[in-house]
Design a protein around this ligand. Structure first.
Ligand code: AN0
Ligand code: CP
Length: 309
């Protein structure tokens, strides 16, 4: 928590004057590489870099780049003209820092949980690399979430509930993994609620309390953090086991809480994850949460720049 407190203090200071270090990144270039879609991460990371005086370049692998082969020993006579092992060192030639977004592919659990793509950027780019959501974690999101909870808490040790909610597509575990990881280090009463079979990786949940009855979990909560994720356990990795719409966050469940603030990392499917009424209520802090992505990223970039020659 010592490290987190220092980071939170730095975030609070930067939020008061986000241009205080506007020359730190002069003549430094950030390359942002996206293997997956993004709204918040793309804009907040670019804005954070601009606040620090950096230049930014964005590469959308799926749209404008050569399709990249990522397998080893592949005979490349198919539809992918370039291998990631050439692409990464070349990307490193043109920049000073690299941010990478590469979601879980759900093809091979080992590849996902080894952060196969992110690790290759770390090993082959010759540049400091940070995650803009990898296969298993989304630390910039969790840090922004923590900053937001600090700003809105009304007691020293608030009850924070991470609740699973339904979703039509299989989503990664990255957001809940990082949220659990950060909440376990923060000074909060942390509870996770999800249907049986949705247990997250123990290296992130550690000794967090799991309550399978969602309504029980909501009782007295100060923050409700909703998120869907797909199954982690080996036999059903990346699958959807539950489609029960009763897990949606609605007004009746929120009324069991201690006037809880509603949080979600966004993008969110209305009336699937959360009702219109809850996300539009005065207790919803999803925009403040998204706004803090800029600050969270600025702390990370500032620290990386301070470590770059
Ligand atoms: C992604 C996920 O669940 O990881 C990104 C969230 C920030 N969400 C979707 O793909 C809808
Ligand atoms: N919360 C988040 O990371 O949003 P994007 O996927 O839009 O970047």
């Amino acid at each position: 928590m010592g490290n987190l407190n220092a980071a939170l203090q730095e975030a609070s200071d930067l939020k008061k004057d986000r241009f205080a270090f506007k020359y730190l990144g002069n003549n430094k270039t950030l390359l942002m590489v996206f293997f997956n879609s993004s709204l918040r991460t793309r804009l907040s990371t670019q804005k954070a870099a601009m606040n620090l005086g950096m230049n930014t370049m964005v590469l959308d692998i799926a749209q404008n780049a050569w399709r990249l082969e990522t397998g080893t020993g592949v005979i490349m006579d198919g539809d992918k003209p370039e291998h990631i092992r050439e692409a990464i060192p070349v990307m490193g030639c043109y920049c000073d820092l690299i941010g990478v977004r590469s979601f879980a592919r759900f093809e091979n659990k080992q590849d996902d949980y080894n952060e196969n793509i992110l690790q290759q950027f770390i090993q082959l780019s010759g540049r400091p690399v940070f995650s803009m959501e990898g296969a298993t974690t989304h630390p910039l999101q969790a840090f922004a979430d923590l900053i937001t909870i600090e700003e809105f808490k009304t007691k020293k040790r608030p009850k924070v509930v991470l609740t699973w909610a339904p979703h039509p597509k299989a989503l990664p575990q990255a957001v809940p993994n990082s949220f659990a990881d950060f909440m376990n280090e923060a000074d909060v009463d942390f509870v996770i609620t999800h249907p049986k079979g949705y247990e997250l990786a123990p290296q992130f949940t550690r000794d967090a309390r799991v309550e399978y009855n969602q309504k029980e979990a909501f009782r007295g909560a100060d923050f409700i953090y909703a998120k869907n994720w797909s199954v982690f356990e080996d036999a059903h990795y990346g699958e959807i086991l539950c489609t029960d719409t009763n897990w949606m966050v609605d007004e009746a469940k929120m009324s069991l809480t201690n006037h809880a603030r509603f949080m979600h990392c966004l993008p969110v499917r209305r009336n699937v994850i959360v009702t219109d009424g809850v996300i539009e209520s005065p207790h919803s802090i999803v925009f403040q949460e998204a706004a803090n992505r800029e600050i969270a990223c600025q702390v990370v970039l500032k620290r990386m720049l301070e470590g770059v020659e």
